[in-house]
Design a protein around this ligand. Structure first.
Ligand code: DOR
Length: 313
């Protein structure tokens, strides 16, 4: 038998799989579906200080021919107090730990939300989203190294406990180096989630010659299989550079096989977005079984047996 259990931010997950923030997690009934699924954990939709309707539709379109998607949701969410209330009534005797994603539109908003959670002193884990590509006029904080460091300087000491951040994909070795050096300054920054969608792609319908989504003239974040290799590179780049931090891999996981590759690259847990949106929460039973079968076939008993052990030529 293969053991898929893992640890993130000091908490035990019965298996490494959960949803990528944004999918199946805006409302309580969706979070309930995740709780009832075979996932090892769950994370809430990125919250802003006030509730948001998000961008006009169509704002998510699957690209089935390439098992991918484009979205410009624009952070529709119920406002942080909704997720705080959910976290307050969450049953922490459940084997699945609860992760809460926060995506303030300013450092001041992130600070207020974090203070709200700290005051409640809950055993959930905060994941601060530094990488939403879809709010018009708001650049992704993760691409502004100085701004990201000052945000961490404000937030990390308030949070005190282990927490994580959701990063955009980086594409240059110098950016991996600079970002990792910043992250390594913060001891309670326990994990990095790599990657958010690949921002500002453009999907065009060949017949109608029209952009597939409405917001931002059709520009939106790319997810699914087309981003797998960028995700693996980011997981591995930070796994190598941040030895005291855990990496959560997200991007391009459609089956146990891509999850296996994420762990080989260094992931301690794996989040699934596009494929979960398309298949629904029953996906978790399938990918768990597929990964277990791969591990048995290769003779691996636990994730530690192969985590980060990708060979290079
Ligand atoms: O692709 C994304 N879409 N990433 C985010 O961080 C937020 C989400 C949205 O709501 O637009």
């Amino acid at each position: 038998m293969a053991n898929l259990s893992t640890n993130i931010a000091g908490l035990h997950l019965p298996n490494l799989f959960f949803n990528a923030s944004g999918v199946c997690c805006q409302h309580e009934h969706e979070l309930k579906q995740l709780l009832e699924s075979d996932s090892g954990s769950l994370i809430t939709k990125s919250a802003t200080y006030e509730m948001r309707e998000g961008n006009p539709s169509p704002r998510y379109v699957p690209l089935p021919a390439i098992q991918s998607s484009i979205n410009s949701m624009g952070l529709p969410n119920e406002g942080y107090e909704y997720y705080l209330a959910y976290a307050k009534k969450y049953d922490y005797s459940n084997p699945k730990p609860l992760f809460v994603s926060l995506s303030g539109l300013s450092v001041a908003d992130n600070k207020k939300m974090v203070e709200g959670f700290v005051a409640a002193n809950l055993p959930c884990v905060l994941e601060i989203n530094f990488s939403c590509p879809n709010v018009p006029g708001k650049p992704q904080l993760g691409y502004d190294m100085e701004a990201m460091e000052s945000a961490l300087n404000v937030l990390a000491p308030i949070i005190k406990k282990p927490f994580g951040i959701k990063l955009p994909p980086y594409f240059d070795i110098a950016h991996f180096d600079t970002a990792a050096a910043i992250f390594n300054k913060f001891d309670n920054l326990a994990y990095l989630t790599c990657i958010n969608s690949v921002g500002n792609g453009l999907a065009i319908d060949f017949e109608t010659e029209t952009a597939l989504i409405k917001p931002k003239d059709g520009f939106g974040g790319l997810g699914g299989l087309m981003v797998l290799n960028t995700a693996l590179a980011n997981v591995n780049a930070f796994y190598r550079r941040c030895p005291n931090k855990k990496i959560i891999g997200v991007g391009g996981v459609t089956s146990g096989k891509e999850a296996f590759l994420h762990v080989l690259a260094g992931a301690s847990a794996v989040q699934i977005g596009t494929q979960l949106k398309e298949e629904g929460p029953k996906l978790f039973s399938r990918v768990k079984k597929e990964l277990e079968d791969i591990m048995v076939a290769k003779g691996y008993k636990s994730l530690e047996d192969f985590r980060g052990k990708v060979k290079t030529l």
